[in-house]
Design a protein around this ligand. Structure first.
Ligand SMILES: Nc1ncnc2c1ncn2[C@@H]1O[C@H](COP(=O)(O)OS(=O)(=O)O)[C@@H](OP(=O)(O)O)[C@H]1O
Ligand SMILES: Nc1ncnc2c1ncn2[C@@H]1O[C@H](COP(=O)(O)OP(=O)(O)O)[C@@H](O)[C@H]1O
Length: 208
């Protein structure tokens, strides 16, 4: 019997099927691929393209996108610092469950605060947390501005917009950094290739 937070008199229920059995069934080693970066840096593009490529290769993944989760699980959260922290904590816990289920969980959120990302890393046993930093300049993200949010932020119509009047703390030692080469952004395919190569080299994509 234990107490966790406000939950008292709770008991952990073991599953009759273990994580190793689920991973063996899926021919893969589960993990969390955590994609962080400014709005417009390419997080969702990488997450979706990566998920498709893994599926094509016979590996099962699932995308947890910040925008999407804010339509449901996190619809009660805004963008003040403590709400972003709670957002990342919740997504970290969900990602941990997906990894325990044997999947390659691809989380795609701005996740601006280093301490929050590091807390998610600490949640994952066996260090199966792969931080991918979308290191794109603010100028590029603002040029792209597919949702027009940077324009609204610049006009003062959105307060506390990441990169404009809210902080983003870049990773100090991420596993993968996606960045421009000679001022040119890699294609979505090249971005996917960098991540798949890493996953293969580290043994996450065991073939039949
Ligand atoms: N104030 C503010 N700052 C940053 N982003 C904002 C804000 N308001 C709305 N949006 C939209 O919300 C998306 C980011 O949600 P996240 O859950 O990834 O953010 S966070 O991790 O909690 O910081 C983000 O989506 P992406 O563009 O895909 O990153 C924005 O479209
Ligand atoms: N590697 C890339 N090369 C060219 N355009 C890209 C690339 N990645 C993303 N984009 C474009 O940039 C915009 C923002 O991408 P998106 O994935 O929505 O970013 P985020 O999820 O970080 O907000 C979209 O219009 C998308 O098509």
């Amino acid at each position: 019997m234990s107490t966790v937070g406000n939950s008292t008199n709770i008991f952990w229920q073991e599953s009759p099927v273990g994580k190793l059995e689920r991973q063996k069934l899926l021919h893969q080693k589960s993990c969390v691929v955590w994609i962080t970066g400014l709005s417009g840096s390419g997080k969702s593009t990488l997450a979706c393209s990566l998920s498709r490529e893994l599926f094509t290769r016979g590996n099962l993944s699932y995308v947890l996108d910040g925008d999407n989760l804010r339509h449901g699980l996190n619809q009660d959260l805004g963008f003040k610092a403590e709400d972003r922290t709670e957002n990342i904590r919740r997504v970290g816990e969900v990602a941990k469950l997906f990894a325990d289920a044997g999947l390659i969980c691809i989380a795609s959120l701005i996740s601006p605060y280093r301490k929050d990302r590091d807390s998610c890393r600490a949640m994952l046993p066996d260090a199966n947390f792969i931080e991918v930093f979308m290191n794109m300049p603010l100028t590029l993200c603002e040029e792209r501005d597919p949702k027009g949010l940077y324009k609204l932020a610049r006009a003062g119509k959105i307060k506390g917009f990441t990169g404009i009047d809210d902080p983003y703390e870049p990773p100090l030692n991420c596993e993968i950094e996606i960045k421009q080469k000679a001022g040119v952004c890699p294609t979505p395919g090249a971005m996917v290739g960098e991540v798949v190569t890493y996953l293969e080299e580290k043994g996450y994509l065991q073939h039949q």
